[in-house]
Design a protein around this ligand. Sequence first.
Ligand code: MG
Length: 352
Amino acid sequence: MKQYKITTEERVLHFKQPAGTSRGVYTTRRIWLVTLTDGERSGVGECAPLPKLSCDDIANYGDVLKEKGNEFVAALQQGDEAVAAFFETLRDYPSMLFGFETALLSLSSLTSHPSSLFDTAFSRGEVGIPINGLVWMGTFEEMQQRIEEKLKKGFHCVKLKIGAIDFDAELELIKQIRNRFSYHDVELRVDANGAFPYEDALYKLELLSQYALHSIEQPIKAGQWAYMAELCRESPLPIALDEELIGVNDPEQKRQMLNIIRPAYIILKPSLHGGMIGTREWISIAQDMGIGSWITSALESNIGLNAIAQLCSSVYGDAITMPQGLGTGQLFTDNIPMPLEIRGEKLWNIEH
Ligand SMILES: [Mg+2]
């Protein structure tokens, strides 16, 4: 019989440039690595709650993670059913669940490559996954320069964070991009991170829709289902939910929320939205209702980024055309090496 053991290690990663997010500016990022061994092999997973955003951003995270790790090991000794039951108890701890799922898949990898969590064309290094180029919040000039860089690198889908500078300036920026690049050349996604007050939201969506945008993420703050539902009905621009999904962890509640709001898309971040199990559950419920989706990383190190990319290829198959949000891994000076490489606008696994 295998003797499982788990260790947890806290790490602080340093951003190359301070990262402006909807929750302020980050210069460092705290994560926990969990290493699972069975006496012969080992697998590493990443637990990366986002401060003030994750539903499991708790003060004593490290201690709780250790406790849950011990329960995980006990479940592993009992077999698959016990593991499934244990994972079910982690619905409200999505970042921990995601780390444990990653460590177990890496440990059980059927190939000699621990980065291969699933057997897919992506994990075999045969195809890359198309990703969007992310342009961080900044001044008008900074954002314009960053967009130019992304286009030069070959990205056809650019995601802009808006809601930080003046709305008119942002609209002007989008207009200028559209003057130079038609929507056949560049797909533009915008993310408002809840910045629009409800009263102005529809008007702003109408102004934005002049520029043939692909979608807007979270135009208003999460937790206002009736308002969001109304926007989704009235908006000329497709709406994607992101923060709205945080903390909605029960399958019936997920179904109810999507049924009320009826967004065009949902965006899945495994660390925040239920680990791998919860992400698959969200996507399957959304599919039943004709709601589209894509998967995005959430400032994880390369360990988490690799797991998210692998999950993408397992969920969406070998010929992904919808760009995914997987480009954030190059942000840290002290990232953990993984066989990932961005070539043009695609993320590749280069272990093979
Ligand atoms: Mg977002």
